[in-house]
Design a protein around this ligand. Sequence first.
Ligand code: CA
Length: 232
Amino acid sequence: MTKILIVEDEVGLVTLLKYNLEKQGYETLVCMDGKDVLTTALLENPDLILLDWMLPNISGIDLCQKIRKTYELRSVPIIMLTARGEESDKVKGLSYGADDYIVKPFSVPELMARIMALLRRITPVPVVRNLSYGDIEMDFSKRRVLRDGHPVHLGPTEFRLLQFLMEKPGNVLSREYLLKAVWGGSIHVELRTVDVHIRRLRLALNENGGRDIIRTVRSVGYALDSHLQDEE
Ligand code: CA
């Protein structure tokens, strides 16, 4: 059974979410206080987290970062729930490790569709072999990425992005192609979202001081390129 952790401090919204998710056949868990989230998530191993931006004691953004930095939770998909609708907040939410973002007040069918879409896209694409390019290795059975022998911590969306880039190294993949491949062509995802997740992927890959391996082809897309010069 798919387990969803609801992190939200508004009682009314918790009731609404719980009722609708359970009606769809999901198992639900609730944290109304941000400080319980890490412990609950580690104990219960949810398949997806709905995370409110404004929480007492700790912000959703801080929690999002903490979840991504916790090894056991690094690949759990996160949807941020927020009252803010500013584009910069959206980008900020995504760059702190969320996989999707929905603005309150949202319609229940829309949220359900987003949850289904996210669960579908994080389901690993079956691959017969591991991929390697340059100093990067992807091990699908262990869902692990190594760069120059060091583990790289990637969220589920970045993992999928890297997979598609690794399958065609050297080729420029358009943002439209990546959007369709990784997000399944969800209509609510904008092209800029691809850029945000590429930025996160790049940061994670370069964390241990590795040189940039993702080539940006302005207004076209991205390519993996192990011979990239430091000109950008
Ligand atoms: Ca709140």
